[in-house]
Write a protein that binds this ligand. Structure first.
Ligand code: NAP
Length: 255
């Protein structure tokens, strides 16, 4: 039986770890050729190897999403072997210092988080825009519970600001690109066990417990819990879905 993403070429930023790696594996399983875009070449290679060992097609491009020129160059190089029709803006970081931290520390957090989580999404989307319009493509942005609320366990204002921005960008782009047949949606993961929160989980089990008290499904998520919604949004099953965010948070926002 043909996969849901047969014939598609998908680029996934931050595809070398965690949620991005899970999405790359699921997209390849559904028949897409996957391009893993990551600043970390070792992580990207790991994903390519995982996809290949499962019989899928993937290649890696080392890319720092904050480098606007490099994004343009990568998109031009990729276009030589075919336009992408799926873009997942997933690369992201978090730091958990309060606004009252040392001014230089909090200023660096602000700059780094916004430049990766928000400017990076703009840089990559802009670089692939012509390809996405040519293929009537699909964009999937990775937001968060914090696209709506600030979860203070502890957490950074910059991260919450960036994830609110992801949702705003998703809606603006969906409104603008609908006439070109390009769909733009987001996913809002809850607490997913990946490297981004490994230290926080290890140092602060109370934090995990407090999130679980707020999570009807009663468990933290895994990258594969995000891969399903990501396949749906990229596939023709979501042909009339644009400008929305699917929450994959175990029900966090219902209680
Ligand atoms: P992760 O395991 O740390 O993966 C993030 C990936 O992005 C890493 O491979 C990282 O590379 C890469 N990356 C970082 N900066 C980059 C840059 N400038 N250019 C290109 N790639 C870069 O974290 P994750 O949990 O999978 O996070 C993926 C996305 O999900 C993020 O946007 C995050 O905010 C979002 N999210 C996560 C959770 C959660 O609970 N895990 C919840 C809500 C939303 P390095 O190896 O160099 O760091």
């Amino acid at each position: 039986m043909a996969g849901l993403l047969e014939g598609h070429i998908a680029a996934v930023t931050g595809g070398g770890s965690g949620i991005g790696q899970g999405i790359c594996q699921a997209y390849a399983r559904e028949g897409a050729r996957v391009i893993v875009l990551d600043a970390n070449p070792a992580g990207a290679k790991e994903t390519v190897d995982l996809v290949a060992s499962a019989g899928g097609k993937a290649s890696a491009v080392t890319l720092d999403v904050t480098d606007r020129e490099a994004c343009k160059e990568a998109a031009a190089e990729i276009a030589k072997s075919g336009n992408i029709s799926i873009l997942v803006n997933n690369a992201g970081i978090n730091r958990r210092n309060p606004m009252t931290a040392e001014p230089a520390v909090i200023a660096k957090d602000w700059d780094d988080i916004l430049s990766i989580n928000l400017d990076g999404m703009f840089n990559v989307t802009r670089a692939f825009l012509d390809q996405l319009r040519a293929t009537k493509g699909r964009v999937v942005n990775i937001g968060s519970i914090q696209s709506f609320v600030h979860v203070s366990w502890p957490n950074s204002a910059a991260y919450t600001t960036s994830k609110h921005g992801v949702l705003g960008f998703t809606r603006a782009l969906a409104a603008e690109l609908g006439k070109d047949g390009v769909r733009v949606n987001a996913i809002g993961p809850g607490l997913i066990e990946t490297r981004i929160n490994a230290e926080a989980r290890a140092k602060n089990p109370d934090m995990v417990a407090s999130v679980m008290r707020h999570t009807p499904l009663g468990r933290p998520g895994k990258p594969e819990d995000i891969a399903g919604p990501a396949v749906f949004l990229a596939s023709d099953m979501a042909a009339y879905v644009t400008g929305c965010i699917i929450m994959a948070d175990g029900g966090f926002r219902t209680v």
